[in-house]
Design a binder for this molecule. Structure first.
Ligand SMILES: COC(=O)C(/C=C/C1=C(C)CCCC1(C)C)=C/O[C@H]1C=C(C)C(=O)O1
Ligand SMILES: O=C(O)CCC(=O)C(=O)O
Ligand SMILES: [Fe+2]
Length: 365
């Protein structure tokens, strides 16, 4: 099947300020394009410590991989609860060396700290999602996120655009390669245990996904003088099957998830990885495990880095709810579609909560 090609389009996105440069300029007023409408603004109490989602489950992967049968089943049950009630969990003892987490963090920060002219050698063209810039901006009046992004397609190799792989910092490419191999193995393990938690064969997703798609996105959120007016990243669900997020050490609080209609902050656990269910799993399980809307908020004094890996089926895979999850009590909620078509739809629309998944929803009217 032909690769997902995104032609640079003639869409007009207007001037997009680089937020690190804005920060350096010590501006007294936030440019209007970053100021959210009232309904979208994060209320300051939502950023306070009292609103931490202390309830986000923590999964100890070593108990599943190396534990005795008791530990295995208890942890799988926790995983099931995490996926059913939260769509998010933190993984500890994930098997990835702390030195690896530190290397990718250093590489990412060394990149974001390069002069703007250097970073702009790898521009994210309007309407595309790879390179340095702001993704998901499609019009001149669209509000902007208080975030600089750098994203690359990793697997399969045909998604790679060599012109967008930075030559500086010196070990950047190599570090991404090694890190992404480790995260891919982790994703495979997690998909296996998620399948088991659903009562399915462990290999079912791996067999279904083919040569799985993998992409990395680094998000850098500088401090913002008015965190009450802006968003670091607009609310969205991930179009992947699974997403693995690493937060920079000492990063401020920033990730918030929508739980029972309230935005709750995810409290970082040092060296843990945050995992969330994406739209693909929601469709395959007919909504039993849901992709959860999330966003990022900013901090007045502290910056924040997140390194995000998206893991998804190959673009030629046809998806739809698995028969095991459809019956009289759980009627079918999504139509069958091609994941490549969903990807095109996803990357050509702005981030807007769970709206993107309407692509696959079967209307009940
Ligand atoms: C917020 O979600 C994303 O930014 C995102 C983007 C992924 C991609 C790249 C950064 C470059 C290569 C293309 C690709 C779309 C994979 C999420 O990834 C999800 C969304 C879909 C759809 C998917 O397959 O992965
Ligand atoms: O930075 C974060 O915590 C959120 C990042 C995210 O949701 C994404 O990149 O899809
Ligand atoms: Fe996300």
């Amino acid at each position: 099947m032909a690769p997902l090609t995104l032609q640079p389009s003639p869409i007009k996105v207007g001037h997009i300020d680089d937020v690190q440069e804005l920060r350096k300029s010590k501006l007294s007023k936030i440019p209007q394009r970053f100021v959210r409408d009232l309904a979208e603004r994060p209320s300051l109490p939502a950023i306070s410590e009292s609103c931490f989602a202390s309830g986000i489950p923590v999964i100890d992967l070593s108990r599943i991989v190396n534990g005795n049968p008791d530990e295995f089943y208890r942890e799988i049950l926790m995983l099931k609860t995490a996926c059913t009630d939260w769509g998010f969990f933190q993984v500890i003892s994930h098997g990835i060396d702390i030195s690896m987490l530190e290397s990718i963090e250093t590489a990412a920060m060394d990149f974001f700290n390069l002069p703007l002219e250097e970073k702009q050698k790898y521009p994210m063209a309007p309407g595309t999602v790879q390179g340095y810039g702001q993704a998901f901006v499609f019009s001149e009046d669209q509000k902007l996120d208080w975030c600089n992004m750098f994203a690359l397609g990793i697997e399969p190799h045909y998604m790679r655009n060599p012109k967008l792989w930075p030559t500086k910092p010196p070990k950047f490419r190599e570090t991404i390669e090694i890190y992404q191999t480790e995260i891919r193995n982790l994703c495979k393990k997690l998909m296996k245990y998620i399948a088991i938690s659903l009562g399915l064969r462990g290999e079912v997703f791996e067999e279904m996904f083919g040569a799985a798609v993998q992409a990395i996105r680094m998000n850098y959120y500088p401090p913002c003088p008015r965190p009450d007016l802006v968003l670091g990243l607009s609310p969205h669900s991930d179009g992947s099957a699974l997403t693995v997020l690493q937060q920079g050490k000492g990063s401020s609080v920033g990730l918030q998830i929508l739980n029972n209609n309230k935005w709750v902050s995810v409290k970082p656990i040092p060296n843990a990885l945050i995992v969330n269910i994406g739209d693909t799993i929601e469709v395959l399980t007919n909504g039993k495990y849901k992709s959860v809307e999330h966003r990022a908020v900013t901090h007045k004094e502290k910056d924040r880095l997140s390194i995000v890996t998206f893991y998804a089926p190959s673009f030629e895979v046809e998806l739809g709810p698995m028969p095991q999850f459809v019956d009289e009590i759980n009627p079918i909620k999504y139509r069958r579609y091609n994941h490549g078509d969903y990807s095109k739809h996803y990357v050509t629309n702005k981030l807007q909560g769970k709206k993107t998944l309407e692509f696959a929803k079967i209307s009940t009217f």
